[in-house]
Design a protein around this ligand. Sequence first.
Ligand SMILES: Cc1cc2nc3c(=O)[nH]c(=O)nc-3n(C[C@H](O)[C@H](O)[C@H](O)COP(=O)(O)OP(=O)(O)OC[C@H]3O[C@@H](n4cnc5c(N)ncnc54)[C@H](O)[C@@H]3O)c2cc1C
Length: 469
Amino acid sequence: MSGGSDAHPVEGRQPYAVVGGGVAGLAAAEALIRAGQRVILLEQRAELGGRISSFRDPDSGWYIDNGQHIWMPCCTEFTDFLDRTGVSDLTYTQPRFRVTFLERDRKEAVLQALNLPTPFHLLLPLLTFPPLRPGDRAALLRGLISLKFSGARLFTEGRDRRFGEWLTEQRQPAAVIERFWEPVITSILNQQVGEVRADLAAMAIRDSFLAGKGDANLAWMSQPHGSVWDRVAGGLEEQGVTIRRGTKVEGVELAGGDDNREPRLSSIVLAGGERVPVAGAVMAVPPGALRGSMPSELRDTSPFREGTGLEWTPILNLHLWYEKPVTEEPLLCILNSPLQWVFVKPGQSPDEGRDPIPSSAQHLNLVVSASNRFLGEDDRQTTALLLDELSAVLPGARSTRLLATKLIHETRATFSALPGSEAHRPSQQTTIPGLAIAGAWTATGWPSTLEGAVRSGRAAVRSLGVSSS
Ligand SMILES: Cc1cc2nc3c(=O)[nH]c(=O)nc-3n(C[C@H](O)[C@H](O)[C@H](O)COP(=O)(O)OP(=O)(O)OC[C@H]3O[C@@H](n4cnc5c(N)ncnc54)[C@H](O)[C@@H]3O)c2cc1C
């Protein structure tokens, strides 16, 4: 592990439990072991990673990611977490922002950062961005400048305002919304651009496109997610973390609470009845699981009930395996289509599949964010529609044999970044000594992202008073 451990766990002391092996839980476990605590991580599933994970497909036997994830260098805590857990070499970051845009009956267009001082490195390419007409480009520039200099108002009042209202106020033309704001904002925040919270939309643009050079470069994992988390887990175990997969937590138990003393967390109860005595715990699970694990008299108190008021938005991922490559670009953004992004999946050559995939094949991951309209639809029809959209913009996909498809709906991919959602995001500190909560859905200042998950796990550990740095 490149970050190393500052301290060694003290034998004999009771461990801190981390419940949930998603990114928030893994980050909490890493922060606790770095602070010299004994740590036990309990994850109900066989795979780590939670909403960024891989699974063995029961039909084909192939090892498949649940859904494409990207992040940017402005996600500083997530990047630091990857460094500290020694997996940065399993990720790829663009040396310079570059995205190829495709649209039916139009020429392909590339948006690439220039070697210029910020923010001109991206503003100038936008001023010549072919999908927009000159008047629309000027309107976009006006909108971006206004956002950059909007001051705190957009961020404070924006929590309870729709970004669509701001776009109307700024007189952003429909073409600019369709070809810039919608693809960028919907893919980052998993919410339609008109209805998303204005503060988070503004933050997404300010911290990437309008930030320092390189802050908008896209990064992704170059191995299946599960392989990355397996290496993270191996490193944590080497440092002394006990990881129990396939271990569902049923509840927490408190002790004390008499003689005017506050009740304190005493143990974690596992499915099957086993009790694990603990010095403290970070519950890094979704809101429903958190509420359900609390003693009945606490379930409807703050902060354990807050998150259950959040709404959730789905993401659809369609995996396609073509007999041979149909594109040379690592990622494509599709404009004015229900299909939004196409990623080439590297390092996905399943070794144990019943039908081994030829090494010459290309594996594409098609993404539809905020995919509500496809929930409840016939998956074969959805697959056919997205294949049609792909063929319309990528000639290679028309003429190349498709070997296999796999459609995945993640119905609760992210909490819905809607006005008013912040009221349902409690802080990581709870009213029970020794008990903290984490998860990208808690109050992090960030939307539901990998960065938010890491921030929440680390904040939870700090709130327990066992911070390492
Ligand atoms: C398809 C998809 C695409 C996404 N794309 C992006 C992206 O491009 N960029 C980005 O930054 N973010 C993206 N996200 C969001 C990101 O994945 C999440 O915000 C983040 O992974 C949440 O992490 P978490 O640890 O808070 O929660 P989770 O990942 O939900 O982890 C919670 C864990 O707790 C476990 N658990 C629950 N109950 C119990 C119990 N009783 N006992 C034991 N364990 C339990 C669960 O099994 C799970 O492993 C995407 C999400 C999805 C689904």
